[in-house]
Design a protein around this ligand. Structure first.
Ligand code: KIV
Ligand code: ZN
Length: 509
């Protein structure tokens, strides 16, 4: 039988302590509602004594979030506990989370006390909180660096005083996973009343071991885990909810379950990131932008043959529609063809080879290729080899420079070159083209648009020209907008002129 692991979310308390992540009451309620929908068991809503805003957020949140237990943090100080109790007045299910430092550092340098006195203060705080609520959680701050024998004494004393949950935080993220696991095991084996309370883990990620430590905690007897969405929290953050939940879900051999609806993870992650203005690192496990993105040719080919070749989680299990094949210069033909098929293009082998070549040239200039880039490329390569092509373009421009352009055109295998000036590099280049074609064409319309985003983007250029009363349309796309402009102009020009006989033909007209 699978055992339930209680998910205690502290995004709104430990997560919200992060500089710049502060939320107002309305935002906190939105996050709390999302956490409720996600299925978390306990929401740590704030530290009410810390500010009037935090106090009223706990009050308001308690009125509208009804399924999970609402928890408020305090120090082992009566006033804190009074304020926390008041903030929880409307909560349907409530918990006070009180505690004190138990490590050598905290007792000597922060609290300037001694071990016996700390036990007395811990007991007193739990008893005091018990006057207000039945459900009292005690935290032994810096338990990770507290020697196990003393920690066991503290834990036994607070359970005797009425604590229903004993939280063993690795406050500084220092413990090794085996050390943290042994600590929890030690408590289960050496605290005689331990069966009367739930053991909780609260791990920080200073050395990147928060999730590993939490897992070891579970495997050694902890049944509540304190986590945050996206792993946000003090310094390097807390254990992330999504990692623990997906580890327990993916490893079928682990006999544990949670109440979390994993399909809602992605949405919750986005919401927290947006409201807290805290971007998720691209390679963050489960919720990072690249967590289900495949970019190398070998991996893409493998994923297209069978997703499980490179994916241990089905992206739909965390609310992501599908894994993505990111088209970069490292992508292979299989990935390119796959994307083209999705976009509705069916290219034969020869066309695909040609397009793949163009694609690689573009991908070397532009980090990742978007669908619109591909559409522009297909449009370019699908066309017949034009009679007139841009062979070389060189421009001089910039502040205080006279804009000049040298253009060389390849017209039916003959190269012709001209130089002209203009009021800008594009105007200069168009004039040079006009010299070469020896035709009266008038620019009617000229439009440059970015296809996707970013300074490495492709520019789309639409051009309309007039020749002998008729309008001709030209198009091109290139990461270099001047080149795209000249190519679009040439595209239009080549439609109004017949260049079959090249030079002669041109000079005749
Ligand atoms: O990291 C910690 O020890 C804490 C406690 C207040 C639970 O956040
Ligand atoms: Zn913490």
């Amino acid at each position: 039988m699978e055992e339930k692991i209680y998910i205690f979310d502290t995004t709104l308390r430990d997560g919200e302590q992060v500089p710049g992540c502060q939320l107002n009451t309305v935002e906190k309620i939105e996050v709390a509602k999302t956490l409720e929908g996600l299925g978390v068991d306990i929401i740590e809503a704030g530290f009410p004594i810390s500010s009037p805003g935090d106090f009223s957020s706990v009050v308001e949140l308690s009125k509208v979030v009804t399924r999970p237990v609402i928890c408020a943090l305090t120090r082992a100080v009566e006033e804190d506990i009074d304020v926390a109790a008041e903030s929880l007045q409307y909560a349907k299910r409530k918990r006070i989370h009180t505690g004190i430092g138990t490590s050598f550092y905290h007792i000597n340098y922060k609290l300037k006390s001694n071990q016996d006195e700390i036990i007395e203060r811990a007991k007193a705080a739990v008893k005091y909180a018990k006057k207000y609520v039945e459900d009292v959680e005690f935290y032994a701050e810096d338990a990770g660096r507290t020697e196990n024998e003393y920690l066991a004494k503290v834990v036994e004393a607070v359970i005797a005083a009425g604590a229903t949950v004993v939280n063993i935080p690795d406050t500084t993220g220092y413990c090794m996973p085996n050390e943290f696991g042994d600590k929890i095991r030690f408590l289960t084996e050496n605290v005689k009343n331990i069966h009367k309370a739930v053991i909780a883990t609260h791990c920080h990620n200073d050395l990147g071991m928060a999730t590993a430590n939490t897992l070891m905690g579970i495997q050694n007897g902890a049944r509540q885990v304190e986590v945050t969405i996206n792993g946000i929290g003090e310094r390097a953050g807390n254990t992330s909810l999504e990692e623990v939940v997906m580890i327990l879900k993916s490893h079928k051999d682990l006999p544990y379950t949670t109440n979390i609806d994993s399909k809602k993870i992605h949405k919750a992650s986005r919401l927290v990131s947006t409201l807290m203005r805290m971007p998720v690192q691209a390679n963050k496990a489960i919720v990072g932008r690249n967590a289900f993105a495949h970019s190398s040719g070998i991996h893409q080919d493998g994923v297209l043959k069978n997703r499980e070749n490179y994916e241990i989680i089905d992206p739909t299990d965390v609310g992501i529609k599908e894994s993505s094949i990111v088209l970069t210069a490292r992508s292979g033909r299989a990935a390119l063809n796959h994307r083209l098929e999705i976009l509705g293009y069916k290219l034969d082998k020869k066309k695909l080879t040609k397009l793949y070549h163009e694609f690689l040239l573009l991908a070397d200039k532009k980090k990742d290729i978007k669908d619109d880039d591909l559409k522009a490329l297909v449009g370019k390569t699908d066309r017949k080899e034009p009679a007139m092509k841009l062979d070389l373009l060189q421009v001089v421009c910039g502040k205080s420079a006279v804009p000049m352009a040298t253009v060389s055109l390849k017209i039916n295998d003959e190269i012709m070159m001209a130089t002209a000036s203009g009021n800008g590099p594009i105007d200069a280049a168009f004039s040079a083209v006009k010299q070469l074609i020896n035709r009266k064409v008038r620019l009617e319309e000229f439009l440059i648009q970015a296809i996707t985003r970013g300074s490495d983007d492709m520019g789309k250029v639409h051009v309309q020209i007039e020749n002998r009363g008729k309008l001709y349309y030209g198009f091109s796309a290139n990461t270099d907008i001047i080149t795209a402009s000249v190519e679009a102009f040439i595209d239009a020009v080549s439609k109004c002129c017949n260049f079959k006989n090249s030079k002669k033909e041109i000079s005749k007209s």
